[in-house]
Design a protein around this ligand. Structure first.
Ligand code: PLP
Length: 433
């Protein structure tokens, strides 16, 4: 499969290059040249298949031309070492729980898949270790670090702003050891990002060591997210509830919903989609006006969706031939204030006993408000509510249980390298490795 850039000015890439580079030379996002339709027979019996079997078929359509069959199957099965179940919340509203992975958020799926695919591509360059640099404001670092943990031939450097991520988040990438190094930068997130960017551009450093990114726009991180939408359809079909399915995705950078749309293009019978936003309403406004006007993000309770210029908009725009009409006839939007998020979490808990996290709350509310009589809705719970324990406890007046695998991180011993925000210091550190 060939990959082109959404900006149309970079050379066509193969999968190997698209995965190692992440972003195209013209700063566009890579798109697969073709999206294969899956046959009707696949959907006819999909409810009899396991999550891994379904994912393997989907992975084969995306990556089968470029990865040996046995290796691809192993990558898929290793990635999906946990389930993404569909759970009933109330009549006609179900949730796709994406938080059963190691760091309790949906990003585990893409990060685990990418780590294994990257390892596959570098398998023949044995003595040359690949170094992944990732800047994080909290959640990406944990998903990437845990996704790559123990993967041979790859070392991960997680740069994070000192004192600016929550203790829970910090513990998820500073306690791992092995091939993960946490770099605690005396600065803000943008300083971390700037250090990573400078590193990629520094010739001497790139000569010294092989560097790559694990950015969320990487095709190996975003496409595998389609797996769980096919699985959700299968599980809903088994319940006899799949005929008028509405998929609602709490969205920030729009990678997650974009993978669902790719699934739809492959023939997944979802009737329509809802992108649920917090107060960062750029996509919502685009749907109403046809104008895409990025702006600075505002801080909200659903902070993983605080994005003012969603990167994957470029992919959605490209996928539908830049047609506002096509986009807005398939996807509708919703936008909620922090107050509405709180109200929804309280109301859902009181009415159904289900504990929403602030991101999932946007999805649940959008279905409650937007679902028509004959439709059944599934919204993504993109993270476990315990990841936001203080906020969630405050809002619903409870004491939410911290799952053991999260508690285990918090008991671990913190190890990090202190760093200034000066690139020369960071470079000297990497050169000494
Ligand atoms: C990253 C994230 C989102 C947003 O997903 P996008 O793919 O960026 O739209 C939503 N919820 C949680 C918990 C996240 O970590």
């Amino acid at each position: 499969m060939k990959y082109y850039s959404t900006n149309g000015k970079a050379p066509i890439a193969d999968l190997h290059k698209a995965v190692v580079k992440g972003l195209a030379e013209d700063r566009g996002l890579y798109m697969p040249e073709r999206i294969k339709k899956l046959p009707k027979e696949f959907f006819d019996t999909i409810e009899t298949k396991s999550f891994q079997e379904i994912a393997h078929t989907v992975a084969d359509a995306f990556f089968g031309e470029d990865v040996e069959a046995d290796a691809l199957k192993k990558i898929v099965y290793d990635t999906l070492s946990f389930d993404c179940p569909v759970v009933k919340v109330k009549d006609n509203i179900y949730t796709l729980e994406l938080f059963h992975g190691p760091t309790l958020a949906f990003k585990d799926v893409g990060a685990r898949f990418m780590a294994r695919l990257l390892q596959y591509f570098i398998r023949n360059t044995q003595n040359k270790q690949v170094n992944v640099l990732v800047a994080t404001s909290g959640d990406t670092g944990s998903a990437v670090a845990n996704g790559f943990l123990g993967v041979e031939g790859i070392h991960v450097y997680v740069l994070y702003p000192k004192g600016k991520v929550s203790k829970i988040q910090e513990s998820q990438f500073t306690t791992l050891g092995k091939n993960i190094t946490a770099v605690e930068v005396d600065g803000v997130f943008d300083d971390c990002q700037a250090l990573v960017k400078s590193a990629f551009m520094d010739e001497e450093l790139n000569h010294h060591m092989k560097l790559t990114s694990a950015n969320s726009i990487n095709v190996a991180r975003f496409l595998p997210q389609a797996f769980y939408y096919f699985n959700a359809y299968a599980r809903m079909k088994a319940l006899g509830k799949a005929d008028n399915l509405v998929m609602c995705v709490p969205s920030g950078n729009f990678g997650n919903i974009c993978s669902a749309l790719f699934g739809h293009e492959m023939g997944l019978p979802i009737k329509r989609f809802i992108a649920a936003n917090n107060a960062n309403d750029i996509f919502y406004k685009y749907l109403q006006t046809g104008k895409y006007e990025p702006k600075a993000s505002v801080q909200t309770l659903a902070n993983a969706m605080d994005v003012g210029d969603p990167s994957n908009f470029a992919r959605i725009y490209d996928l539908y031939g830049k047609s506002h009409e096509r986009i807005s006839s398939l996807i509708s939007g919703a936008t909620y204030s922090d107050e509405q998020i709180r109200e929804t979490m309280r109301q859902c808990y009181a009415e159904t006993g289900y504990t929403l996290d602030p991101h999932g709350a946007c999805g649940y509310r959008a279905l409650q408000e937007g679902l028509k009589d004959n439709e059944v809705g599934v919204f993504c719970e993109t993270a476990h509510p315990a990841k936001f324990k203080e906020t969630v406890d405050n809002i619903i007046g409870g004491d939410i249980q911290i799952p053991e695998r999260l508690a285990a991180f918090m008991r671990g011993k913190k190890q990090s390298v202190e760093m200034t925000k000066n690139f020369d210091d960071f470079k000297a550190f990497l050169m000494s490795r």
